[in-house]
Design a protein around this ligand. Structure first.
Ligand SMILES: [Zn+2]
Length: 439
């Protein structure tokens, strides 16, 4: 598929070459100049789609046969498209447990406005949305995925990306970042390994006056609620707080939240899984902090935009997953050599740097990755462009402490393979610095 900016440049060439035969060349020269300027202008747009199932759904998380009977709040797919010069990137975050890459590839194949490889799709990891993997059906041997609903979601997200890309307008950005956050998350495996870094990118109108979107990155399992109601969990209140506070559309990407970063609240105040007040408080606190740290942050006009990607394979070592694939409970198919194809991406926007993680990386893996990154602020987009379960270092893999995580992982090889590909993307970005383009 042709990159749309290539198409734009081609039409510019055609326009320029035909200008001499037109009767009002000065007007057309102006149009050419405007479009040429647009090709070097940072532009952005946002959009949103309701993806809440209409009927009962098997909910993803905790146990089999957890069937919803109603929705407490709406599940959404939230899209931000950014564009500059020849680069266009779509960020989509869905209120879902996660999406495996083969489903993301199906969505990409339907997108017309953005180069398929530049569509970045993550799950917030809510544990109260429909099953997207097959793991939470009526019994362990039956899939909980409603294929009709999922087909609608795939088409809907592709249309959302196209609709959003149609709305691109010149924009500026603002960044904010802190590790000083109120009580939100805790590590229930090793309490002292906790990343409280909150990174925020706000898209604003070109003159900096009007916020359009606020992308929030913070690591924490949205698993406060565990009942039979559909909910986005704490991100629902994060969205509400940021949007009512004038931040534009709020988009949340989780971070390195594996093993086991979860919400920090007083569990004695309500039965476990029913603490709606705690979800509200945590979402509100995070949203309020987002708005606070953005106050006074400088507007960055016309930031540069980079995108790079590595596709690689990882061995599927987990025999239980292999059995579930053979039983058609999981839809994914390993290659003939028993490997799964996955990917990592790096996006640079101005000084900010985004790296994707194809699953649930443990916090020590996240800390290591952040030390390799060169930008500021740093965004680790967890559960993005794939869902391969927990990602542990080979040293941690199989420890009693991480027995659960090791059993919910494709295997012990994924972490070093992922890290080497992410580091290759980061070091290749040094060329941007050498050319003095990245600033
Ligand atoms: Zn998880």
């Amino acid at each position: 598929m042709l990159n749309v900016t290539d198409q734009l440049l081609r039409s510019l060439v055609l326009l320029a070459s035909s200008a001499t035969v037109l009767t009002a060349p000065c007007i057309n020269h102006t149009a050419v100049a405007d479009q040429a300027a647009a090709a070097n202008t940072f532009r952005a747009a946002v959009g949103k789609l309701d993806i809440t199932p209409t009927g009962p759904a098997f909910l993803a998380g905790y146990s089999n046969n957890r069937r919803s009977f109603e929705a407490h709040d709406r599940l959404t797919a939230r899209c931000l498209v950014v564009d500059r010069g020849k680069v266009r990137v779509a960020f989509v975050s869905c209120d879902l447990i996660g999406l495996p890459r083969f489903e993301i590839q199906r969505i990409r194949s339907l997108v017309k406005s953005v180069a398929p490889e530049n569509v970045v799709i993550g799950g917030t990891h809510t544990h109260s949305g429909p099953d997207t993997l097959g793991m939470w059906g009526a019994v362990i041997t039956s899939s909980g995925v409603d294929q009709n609903w999922l087909e609608g979601v795939r088409a809907g997200i592709a249309a959302l990306v196209d609709r959003t890309a149609d709305q691109l307008k010149p924009a500026s950005i603002r960044y904010a970042n802190t590790t000083d956050v109120p009580k939100i998350s805790k590590n229930i495996r090793i309490p002292r390994i906790l990343d409280t870094e909150l990174s925020v990118m706000q898209i604003v109108s070109a003159d900096g006056a009007v916020p359009i979107a606020t992308l929030v990155n913070y690591a924490c399992h949205p698993e406060i609620l565990n009942n039979r109601q559909i909910t986005a969990d704490f991100p629902h209140w994060l969205y509400e707080t940021v949007e009512l506070g004038g931040g534009g559309e709020c988009i949340y990407f989780n971070g390195a939240q594996g093993g086991m970063i979860t919400a920090d609240y007083d569990e004695s105040t309500a039965p476990k899984g029913e603490n709606w007040k705690a979800a509200e408080t945590i979402g509100n606190s995070l949203g309020t902090r987002v708005l606070e740290i953005l106050k006074g942050s400088p507007t960055i006009p016309n930031p540069v935009l980079y995108f790079s990607k590595k596709v690689f394979t990882v061995p599927l070592e987990n025999q239980r997953y292999l059995t579930l694939i053979k039983m058609k409970v999981f839809s994914g198919q390993p290659g003939p050599d028993g490997t799964l194809e996955t990917e990592v991406c790096r996006i640079g926007i101005g000084q900010g740097e985004f790296i994707t993680i194809p699953g649930e990386a443990l916090p020590n893996v996240g800390f290591y990755l952040k030390r390799q990154m060169r930008g500021h602020p740093r965004f680790l987009l967890g559960l993005t462009n794939d869902f391969l379960g927990y990602i542990l270092t080979p040293e941690d893999f199989g420890l009693n402490l991480y027995g659960y995580e090791s059993g919910q992982s494709v295997g012990s090889s994924i972490e070093p393979l992922m890290i080497s590909n992410q580091k290759a993307l980061i070091s290749a970005s040094a060329q941007d610095d050498a050319e003095g383009v990245r600033h």
